[in-house]
Design a protein around this ligand. Structure first.
Ligand SMILES: Cc1cc2ncn([C@H]3O[C@H](COP(=O)(O)O)[C@@H](O)[C@H]3O)c2cc1C
Ligand SMILES: O=C(O)c1cccnc1
Length: 352
């Protein structure tokens, strides 16, 4: 089966992009510094320019969308915390007291909290984006996590949220998540989509002990054995995460609107992996913010040939790592805009 959605993402290997790449590289190289000396900030500036299709890209406004969803597989005892933490943390996000709120505030980023599929009735609570597809997924250890229609709905709602961010004036979109047991869903996606063995793909998530990790591995082995090789859409349906599918849709929708996508940790990277398999061009719009301490993230980054910007031993999700990379994107745009060129400053260039 496949998604009914078609994502219209401009690929970046056109002749127009080649010309712009040369223009951007010349601008970067003309700045008053030894060639290449701003390192990965130079790569970021180049990527931002290519994404926006202009030699003078801007990074003024950014949003983090935190998608929350519950997981039937939580009932197998794969997390160190109970399922109700998901909705309780949604309340915490709305009150502004979670890690992602504080970090986003510190870097001037707006937070949008979305109910993608939490197993709780929030009523008409203010500030929450009500995009609930279902009150949690089914238990993927015994049956598909969601139907094709549910997966399509999650992708479509994520895409619409990204388009809204673009209309609100954002150039950059970060995706975060909350969902007890979603490291299990992400590990299963990594295993099915990139062929990474479950022993490598499975980690401690919120901090299960050795016995908990053994139980988690056994549950995931049982879940994985239900199916054979899967495409991206079927893998999302089988192993879910309504919030993971919604993040994938948002990443694809952001790329459609030529926004730079800040990818958070293990869970968000699994959403990008699925999105990439649905529409490979999305990869050019992605910046991998950080390397999570969650086991499996290294293999996931490797599968995407991604080199994250930061390594802070975070293992939280919520978009915490992604928001911390926003100042680096701003710095890249700032040096490209504000640094003097050799010509303008009267500084001698490279000899011979
Ligand atoms: C209080 C609390 C806040 C969180 N914020 C993010 N997560 C993170 O932990 C969960 C995934 O780990 P696992 O698969 O082991 O359940 C997700 O909700 C993720 O966002 C949290 C977890 C907890 C307990
Ligand atoms: O890296 C992540 O996204 C992560 C790691 C552990 C728990 N929750 C999320």
């Amino acid at each position: 089966m496949d998604t009914t959605l078609r994502f219209d993402i401009l690929p970046q290997d056109t002749p127009a992009h080649d010309a712009l790449r040369q223009t951007l590289q010349a601008r970067i190289d003309g700045k008053t510094k030894p060639l290449g000396a701003l390192g990965r900030l130079e790569d970021l500036a180049l990527q931002l320019g290519l994404i926006q299709g202009r030699p003078d890209p801007v990074a003024r406004q950014a949003r983090v969308i935190v998608c929350a969803g519950d997981h039937g597989i939580a009932h197998e005892g794969v997390s160190a915390y109970p399922q109700e933490v998901t909705w309780q943390m949604v309340m915490n996000f709305l009150a502004g007291g979670a890690a992602v709120n504080v970090l986003a505030r510190s870097v001037g980023m707006e937070v949008q909290v979305v109910d993608a599929g939490v197993a709780h009735d929030f009523g008409r609570i203010a500030g929450l984006v009500h995009a609930k597809v279902a009150p949690g997924t089914a238990n993927s250890a015994v049956q598909p996590a969601m139907t094709a229609a549910q997966c399509d709905a999650a992708l479509a709602r994520g895409r619409a949220l990204a388009h809204q961010a673009a209309e609100a004036g954002c150039q950059v979109l970060a995706l975060g998540e909350m969902g007890i047991a979603n490291t299990s869903a992400a590990s299963l996606l990594l295993h099915k989509l990139a062929g990474v063995p479950l022993e490598v793909a499975t980690g401690r998530g919120t901090g299960v002990d050795d016995a908990g990790l053994a139980r988690k591995r056994a549950v995931l082995t049982r879940a994985a054995a239900r199916t054979g090789t899967l495409g991206a859409f079927d893998a999302l349906c089988e192993y879910g995460g309504l919030e993971i599918a919604m993040m994938a849709g948002a990443m694809l929708g952001a790329a459609e609107r030529r926004l730079l996508v800040l990818v958070d940790g293990f869970i968000a990277s699994s959403a990008l992996l699925a999105a990439y398999r649905l529409a490979p061009a999305v990869r050019d719009y992605a910046v991998f913010a950080h390397q999570s301490a969650e086991a499996g993230h290294a293999a996931l980054l490797q599968a995407l040939q991604a080199r994250p910007l930061l390594a802070l031993d975070l293992r939280l999700g919520e978009g915490t790592g992604a928001v911390l990379a926003w100042p680096l994107v701003q710095a890249a745009a700032a040096f490209l805009d504000g640094m003097a060129s050799f010509a303008a400053a009267g500084v001698s260039g490279q000899s011979a």
